[in-house]
Design a protein around this ligand. Structure first.
Ligand code: 8X3
Length: 253
């Protein structure tokens, strides 16, 4: 696919950045969202230099619904027809027991991973219905399949992403619009550094003695599902490192 408009939330790093690169490399236009203006501007510059793409940036925290509304309302005419919405912005905070963690971490995860994804869906999907064209790709997780110790709230948010993806697919089944839930396992990005509140050593330990997935691996799958023929809806894809069998089963040799 090329010459389509792709909106990616949380595009300044990790899986979001890799998805931006892949879709730009294939000749699509991008709307890049992120909080970090410097990183988003640098990515725009790099991609516009390397590929046949043009990029519009929308800088805001996805939890700021007013900013999201304003950004979508004010899209330049040549970026208004969004063909693919990639709801990627999301995070895990902490590995505490459910009864010992802190409410502010819980709220940040719920607001980002669930409420902001819903807000973007509300803002973008009606335009897709009007044009009878579009694809929503939600970045879920293997964590949404089954809870694991120390991850209950994160797992709950990703279970919600699964439910929201399934429900949206049902609500759109009489339209050509497709919905995909991508569910990665271990992907080496800044995910674990954020989860461990900046403790690099603990973060590195998550990917110790295993070759984890990269953002690029997930981007290849995102591009594959988006470019499948129009009658093919890939509803879910779970992507694991070869030596990972479940969220908790990781073979480290
Ligand atoms: C991230 C995957 O296994 O750390 O969504 O929960 S895991």
């Amino acid at each position: 696919m090329n010459n389509k408009t792709i909106l990616i939330t949380g595009a300044s790093s990790g899986i979001g950045e890799a998805i931006a690169k892949k879709f730009a490399a294939e000749g699509n236009k991008l709307i890049l969202n992120g909080r970090n203006q410097e990183k988003i501007y640098a990515l725009k510059k790099e991609l516009e230099k390397s590929y046949n793409t043009s990029i519009h940036t929308i800088i805001f925290d996805v939890r700021d619904f007013d900013a999201a509304e304003k950004a979508i309302k004010e899209l330049p005419d040549n970026f208004k027809d969004i063909s693919v919405l990639v709801n990627n912005a999301g995070l895990a905070l902490g590995v505490d027991k459910e009864f010992e963690g802190n409410m502010s971490d819980y709220e940040t995860m719920i607001d980002t991973n669930i409420k902001a994804l819903l807000k973007m869906t509300l803002l973008v999907v009606p335009g897709m219905i009007q044009r009878q064209e579009g694809h929503v790709i939600n970045i879920g997780s293997i964590a949404g399949e089954k809870a694991y110790p120390g991850g209950s709230v994160y797992c709950a948010t990703k279970a919600a992403v699964k439910a929201l993806s399934d429900g949206l697919r049902m609500d759109l089944y009489d339209t050509p619009i497709r919905v995909t839930n991508l569910k990665p396992g271990l992907v080496e990005t800044n995910f674990s550094v954020i989860r461990y509140h900046g403790n690099k050593q603990k973060a590195d330990n998550v990917y110790r003695d295993i070759k984890p997935l990269t953002g690029k691996d997930i981007a290849e799958v995102a591009y594959f599902v988006a470019s499948a023929p129009a009658h093919v809806q890939i509803s879910e894809v779970e992507i694991l490192a070869t030596h990972q069998a479940s969220a908790q089963m990781v073979w480290r040799g």
